[in-house]
Design a protein. Structure first.
Length: 94
């Protein structure tokens, strides 16, 4: 059984196309006029971007990916940057 948690913050879903157009995490957040809340990144492809999104104030970041290897790489970088708890990466089964 899956658990669902209600979110009381604005959720910014970030797809590959948005990331490609924006360039950097800072550019992406500025383009979205993001002031704070929850960021959900679909696909952990570049773990650096996932961490960069979570480096700012007033947000938490959740990366979701179907690849165990990509999730492991993201978790490794999250730990190295000291972002545990603020940035997370999890397997997503669609």
């Amino acid at each position: 059984m899956r658990k669902f948690f209600p979110l009381s913050a604005i959720v910014l879903c970030i797809g590959v196309a948005c990331v490609a157009r924006a360039g950097t995490a800072k550019d992406l957040l500025a383009a979205a006029e993001f002031k704070g809340g929850v960021i959900v990144r679909l696909g952990c492809g570049d773990p650096k971007l996932l961490c960069d999104l979570g480096a700012g104030e007033n947000c938490i970041v959740q990366g979701l990916d179907m690849s165990a290897e990509k999730v492991a790489a993201a978790r490794d970088l999250i730990g190295k940057r000291g972002l545990d708890g603020k940035v997370t990466a999890r397997l997503f089964d669609g």
